[in-house]
Design a protein around this ligand. Structure first.
Ligand SMILES: Cc1cc2nc3c(=O)[nH]c(=O)nc-3n(C[C@H](O)[C@H](O)[C@H](O)COP(=O)(O)OP(=O)(O)OC[C@H]3O[C@@H](n4cnc5c(N)ncnc54)[C@H](O)[C@@H]3O)c2cc1C
Length: 384
């Protein structure tokens, strides 16, 4: 049998795409095969993102904030988010929501298996596991199987360990979240804390680093414990969940497709914003655009506009500045949050700013540090 679509990887991108396909009347009867090695039954991550409108997964949002804090050892900037809301979705709620929705459709099958390879033969997309071969008109791939080679020369790792903590007595202000607290030691490189209170009694506290290498798990735990006890001055609490993650922040270009029939989505399709690691909203924009193209009977292939390329260049320049040690992430983000309105920063990080707004962002940063990195990245991109 040949499927209309194979969704290779049932994570954020794969499940977002299936959900949107099935919500679209013109596409909801297409035959769809989903393949993942994991049954998606665990809370393996928490997604946070900001948006102006209400997105398709609003009923899985467990908490929202309209007030955020940026902090370092010299200043604290607490601001109301004008227009935007910062939101949190737990991975498990998202997986359950989409997988339960899919159960209503006989035309969708989920196979739990490890994908070994992809191929295209005579315009038919082929996916192989150790024991099975599946065919489709299109494969939407979010596994890392066709990812470019990442190295410490072109990639920073955003790595973090977070604790969901609980207190017996009310302690947190659930209306306000700390987006970045750079007042912690920077001895490993760019390092900050992230504090997201979800009620008066609960919060997610995350120790995040943008560096070339991971550190032993015990070091993340030691840092979070010290921060909770000495900085936010909470002595009695219980850890209810631990999360660990690595997000590649890379100036390397991720292929958007392989031939015309294998379309890369999610992090594998370059949807991770290299300078911030935020991916959730880029996945939503990308999957919306795929659905629109399929509805119009056009190939769901993304082409980069000049603006897309400009944002990629900004991102790779920032990565180069940090990797080369010209400036630390703490200095860069501190300058931005000191000089610019948070909405402008969020808009820029969403790739939605205008050229005039880009110039304002750039002039908030020291040109002598960014120009050499920018020129280097420009030459590297144009020589590819
Ligand atoms: C812990 C964590 C927290 C994050 N938090 C945020 C956040 O707050 N905000 C944000 O915007 N981004 C965040 N990200 C980044 C990004 O949003 C997530 O990584 C997101 O899940 C990416 O979606 P994806 O579909 O590309 O990959 P995934 O969600 O990882 O999905 C890929 C799927 O492919 C499957 N797979 C992989 N290889 C194979 C194989 N060979 N065979 C079969 N199946 C395979 C995996 O099991 C997985 O289900 C976070 C990432 C992590 C790891």
């Amino acid at each position: 049998m040949k499927y209309d679509y194979i969704i290779a990887g049932a994570g954020c991108a794969g499940l977002s795409l299936v959900y949107k396909l099935l919500k679209t009347p013109e596409l909801s009867n297409k035959s769809i095969l989903i393949v993942d090695k994991d049954p998606k039954e665990e809370n393996d991550r928490t997604w946070c993102f900001w948006e102006k409108e209400t997105g398709p997964f609003q009923n899985t949002v467990i908490h929202e904030w309209n007030r955020l804090t940026f902090k370092n050892d010299k200043f604290t900037n607490t601001f109301d988010l004008k227009g935007y809301t910062y939101k949190m979705i737990r991975g498990i709620d998202f997986y359950i929501h989409v997988l339960q929705f899919i159960e209503q459709f006989d035309n969708v099958i989920f196979v739990k298996d490890e994908i070994k390879s992809f191929d295209v033969i005579e315009n038919i997309a082929i996916l192989k596991t150790a024991s099975q071969t599946f065919k489709a008109n299109y494969i939407f791939n979010s596994t890392g199987l066709m990812q470019p080679e990442l190295s410490s020369k072109n990639t920073l790792l955003q790595h973090f360990l977070g604790w969901e903590i609980k207190t017996n007595t009310p302690f947190f202000n659930e209306k306000e979240a700390t987006l970045m607290d750079f007042s912690v030691s920077q001895h490993h490189g760019t390092t900050f804390m992230y504090v997201l209170p979800t009620s008066k009694h609960t919060a997610l506290v995350e120790y995040t680093l943008f560096t070339g290498e991971l550190i032993p798990k015990e070091e993340y735990r030691k840092a979070i414990k010290a921060y909770i006890e000495n900085d936010i001055l909470l002595k009695e609490y219980e850890i209810s969940h631990e999360e660990f993650g690595i997000i590649p922040m890379s100036s390397q270009q991720f292929p958007l497709h392989s031939k015309q029939q294998i379309i890369h989505i999610g992090t594998a399709g370059g949807n991770t914003k290299a300078s911030s690691g935020y991916t959730f909203q880029f996945i939503q924009k990308n999957t919306d655009s795929i659905v629109e193209k399929l509805c119009n009977d056009t190939a769901p292939i993304k082409t980069l506009s000049l603006r897309d390329k400009m944002f990629q260049w900004y991102d790779s320049t920032l990565i180069e500045v940090i990797i080369s040690g010209r400036m630390s992430g703490k200095e860069i983000f501190s300058r931005m949050f000191k000089k610019l309105s948070p909405e402008k920063i969020l808009k820029f990080l969403d790739n939605e700013s205008s050229i005039t707004e880009d110039i304002k962002i750039m002039t908030s940063l020291p040109i002598q540090k960014f120009l050499p990195a920018g020129i280097k990245q420009l030459f590297q991109t144009s020589s590819k």
